[in-house]
Design a protein around this ligand. Structure first.
Ligand SMILES: Nc1ncnc2c1ncn2[C@@H]1O[C@H](COP(=O)(O)OP(=O)(O)OP(=O)(O)O)[C@@H](O)[C@H]1O
Length: 584
C-alpha cells in the first residue's frame, strides 16, 4: 500500500527562515512577486496595492486569480507551482518557479488568508492557511478578478509590518517594476534609469550619475552602459572614483525581470573588474532558490565574459580618445590594473603605454623609455634604485625604479608581447665595469694606501677598490651583487647557528671573490686626500668612516659588526679632530 508523506509545516518554515532566507523581510518580496506573476499571467490592466497598518498587511492584485481546484493544488501543496511548463522547467515570463515562496509569509504571521477570484469565471474562494499545517477553504465574495492576501503579525514579528518598513521594502524590491505598485496609496515604483527614450545624451548621463549618487553614495568616475542580449541584460557599470581593494570582491546590484535580486551579488563581473559597481536588470539569468544570489551556470559565465569585454573595451577606448582621463583613472586604480597586467596582454600594453614610472631621468612610461633608450633597464628594488640612480645617470645609463608593487614583474613580462625588446636588470656590478681604473703611475702610488684600507675591511668581508667615476662629488659606493648579497646573508646566518647547520650551510658558500665591494672614487677630492695620508691608523679610521657612509647611502642593512665599527671610527676621528687637553 502506498502512503503520502506528511509535512510538518512548522519544521519547513523554520528550515526556510534559518537556512534559506537571510531575513524575514523577504516575505514582502515573495508576496510582491506572486502578485507580479499573477498580473503578468493575466496580461490586462495591472495594479498592485499594499495596505498596511495595525499589524495587518493586505496585498491586492488584479491578476489571473485562482479557482477552488487550483487553490487546493497550488496553495496547499508545498513545492507545487503554476509557473513551470509541462516538463517542469521554469516558465520564462514568471519570477517564481519553486512553489515555496508563499510559505515565507509564515516567517512573520501564523495565519495567511487568500481571497481570490479566477479569470476563468469560477466563483470566488477564501483559503486560510495556518502555520500548524492546516488549512480551510470556504466560498467568498469578491467582485473583481484577482487576489488579496492578508497577514496578521505574529507576536514578536510586528516590526516587519510597520508601514514605513513595508514601504521601504516594497520600494527596495519593486521600484523598477513595470506596474504601478502602491503602499497605503503611495506609489513606490519609478523608471528604469537606463531606459531607452528621447533624453539627450547629456541629460541621460546626468540622470545616471544622479542614480549612482542616490543609490550607491558616490559620484562615478565614469558611466558605462551595459547590454548583453543573450542574458536579456541591460544596465550600467559605475567606475569607482576611489581606489578599491582588488582582493575584495565587489558586490553588484542585480534585478531579475525588474525585481531586486541582490544588493551585493559577487559573481557578475570577472575578478579583475574590481573598479566598477554595476546595477543591472536581466531577464534570462536565474536566481538560486533563496532568490538572493545568481545561479552560477553557463549563461552567467558567458555574461561575465561579455561584461568583462565591455569594461576592457571602455579602458582601451579611453586610451584612444582621452588619454588625460585614462591617466587620471590609472592614478586611482593603477594597482588593480597592474595586477591585471600580470596576466592580461592588453592590460600590459595599456600599462606600458600609459603608466608613468619613476626613472633616474624623470617620470616616463615604459614605451617612452624604450623609444629613448632602446632597451628597458631597471633596478629591482627601490633601495637599489636610490643607491644607483645618480651614479648610473652620470654614466649616461637610464634606469627605471622597478621597486614599486608589480613593476618588476610587469617589466619582465614585456618581451612576451614585444618580441624584439631587451629587458635588463641593472646589477650594481654591471655599473662597476663602467668605472675606469687609475693610470699605472697613480695605481702604483696608491698601493700602500690600498693595502692599509683592505686590512681594515678584511674583517667585514669586503673588498676595497679604487676607481675613477662620475659624479666626482660621490666619494664612495658599496656594491653588493645578488649572489654576494646571498653569500653575506649566508655568512651572517652561519655565525649564528650551531655546528651541524653551519656545516650544511658551508656547502653553499662560494670563494671569496664574490665579496661586496667598497669602491672609492679617485676623482673625489676627499678620497684623494685620504689616499695620500701617511698615518696608517688615521687611514684606517677614514676608510671605515667612508664604509659607514656608503652603507647608509645605499640603505644597506647595518649588522652589529658594522655598528661597532662605525662607532669606533666616529670616536677615533673626533679624537683626532679635537685638540688634546695640553694643546688647547
Ligand atoms: N497572488 C496570486 N495570484 C494568483 N496565484 C497565486 C498568487 N500567489 C500564489 N499563487 C499561486 O500559488 C502558487 C504557489 O505560490 P508560491 O509563491 O508558493 O510559489 P511560486 O511563486 O510558484 O514559486 P517561488 O517559490 O519560486 O516563488 C503559484 O505558483 C501560483 O500559482
Amino acid at each position: 500500500m502506498s502512503r503520502t508523506f506528511q509535512v510538518d509545516l512548522r519544521g519547513v518554515v523554520d528550515l526556510l527562515s534559518q537556512h534559506l532566507y537571510s531575513s524575514p523581510r523577504v516575505y514582502v518580496r515573495e508576496l510582491l512577486q506572486n502578485a507580479v506573476d499573477a498580473v503578468t499571467a493575466r496580461g490586462a490592466e495591472a495594479s498592485i496595492a499594499i495596505v498596511v497598518g495595525d499589524g495587518t498587511l493586505t496585498i491586492t492584485d488584479t491578476g489571473i486569480g485562482l479557482s477552488e481546484a487550483q487553490v487546493h493544488e497550488l496553495l496547499a501543496t508545498i513545492g507545487r507551482s503554476s509557473k513551470r511548463d509541462d516538463l517542469g522547467f521554469a516558465r520564462h515570463e514568471f519570477l517564481g518557479q519553486f512553489g515555496i515562496g508563499l510559505l515565507s509569509a509564515f516567517l512573520v504571521a501564523d495565519e495567511v488568508r487568500v481571497v481570490t477570484r479566477s479569470a476563468t469565471g469560477t466563483p470566488a474562494v477564501a483559503w486560510t492557511g495556518r502555520s500548524d499545517g492546516t488549512y480551510a477553504i470556504e466560498p467568498a465574495t469578491r467582485d473583481a478578478i484577482g487576489t488579496t492576501v492578508t497577514l496578521t503579525a505574529r507576536p514578536g514579528a510586528e516590526q516587519w509590518l510597520v508601514p514605513e518598513t513595508v514601504t521601504d521594502l516594497a520600494r527596495l524590491y519593486g521600484s523598477m517594476l513595470p506596474f504601478d505598485v502602491t503602499v497605503n496609496g503611495q506609489s513606490v515604483t519609478g523608471e528604469v534609469p537606463w531606459r531607452a527614450d528621447d533624453r539627450s545624451p547629456g541629460h541621460r548621463q546626468a540622470d545616471l550619475v544622479g542614480h549612482a549618487q542616490d543609490l550607491l553614495g558616490f559620484t562615478p568616475f565614469d558611466v558605462i552602459e551595459l547590454d548583453v542580449p543573450e542574458a536579456g541584460l541591460t544596465g550600467v557599470a559605475y567606475v569607482l572614483p576611489f581606489p578599491a581593494n582588488p582582493a575584495e570582491h565587489a558586490g553588484h546590484r542585480v534585478y531579475l525581470k525588474r525585481m531586486l535580486l541582490a544588493e551585493s551579488a559577487t559573481s557578475l563581473l570577472p575578478d579583475w573588474a574590481f573598479f566598477a559597481r554595476c546595477v543591472v536588470d536581466a531577464s534570462e539569468l536565474r536566481p538560486t532558490a533563496s532568490r538572493e544570489a545568481l545561479y552560477d551556470d553557463g549563461l552567467l559565465e558567458a555574461t561575465r565574459e561579455a561584461l568583462g569585454d565591455r569594461l576592457r573595451g571602455w579602458l582601451v577606448g579611453l586610451a584612444r580618445t582621452s588619454p588625460e582621463r585614462l591617466t587620471r583613472f590609472l592614478g586611482v586604480h593603477h594597482l588593480g590594473v597592474k595586477a591585471l597586467a600580470l596576466h592580461d596582454d592588453e592590460m600590459l600594453r595599456l600599462v606600458e603605454q600609459w603608466w608613468p614610472m619613476e626613472t633616474n631621468v624623470g617620470r616616463m612610461t615604459l614605451a617612452e623609455f624604450r623609444a629613448r633608450h632602446g632597451l628597458v633597464r631597471y633596478s629591482a628594488t627601490t633601495d637599489e634604485f636610490r643607491q644607483l640612480a645618480g651614479v648610473a645617470a652620470a654614466q649616461d645609463l637610464a634606469v627605471i625604479n622597478g621597486g614599486y608593487t608589480y613593476d618588476s614583474e610587469i617589466i619582465e613580462r614585456l618581451p612576451g608581447i614585444e618580441p624584439g625588446l631587451t629587458v635588463e636588470r641593472l646589477e650594481p656590478s654591471t655599473l662597476a665595469t663602467a668605472f675606469s681604473p687609475l693610470n699605472p703611475a697613480e695605481e702604483l702610488a696608491a698601493r700602500p694606501f690600498l693595502g692599509t684600507a683592505q686590512r681594515s675591511m678584511d674583517k667585514l668581508g669586503c673588498e676595497v677598490v679604487l676607481r675613477e667615476f662620475e659624479p666626482a662629488s660621490l666619494p664612495v659606493l658599496f656594491l653588493v651583487d645578488r649572489s654576494a648579497a646571498f653569500q653575506s646573508e649566508l655568512r651572517a646566518t652561519k655565525d649564528k647557528v650551531d655546528e651541524l647547520w653551519a656545516g650544511v650551510l658551508s656547502a653553499f658558500e662560494k670563494p671569496a671573490d664574490d665579496r661586496p665591494q667598497l669602491v672609492l672614487n679617485h676623482r673625489n677630492p676627499l678620497v684623494r686626500r685620504i689616499s695620500a695620508l701617511r698615518d696608517d691608523s688615521l687611514t684606517a679610521l677614514a676608510v671605515e668612516a667612508l664604509y659607514g657612509q656608503a652603507l647608509l647611502l645605499g640603505y644597506h642593512p647595518i649588522r652589529p659588526a658594522d655598528a661597532a665599527l662605525l662607532n669606533r671610527s666616529f670616536l677615533g676621528l673626533l679624537d683626532q679632530a679635537v685638540p688634546s687637553e695640553e694643546n688647547r
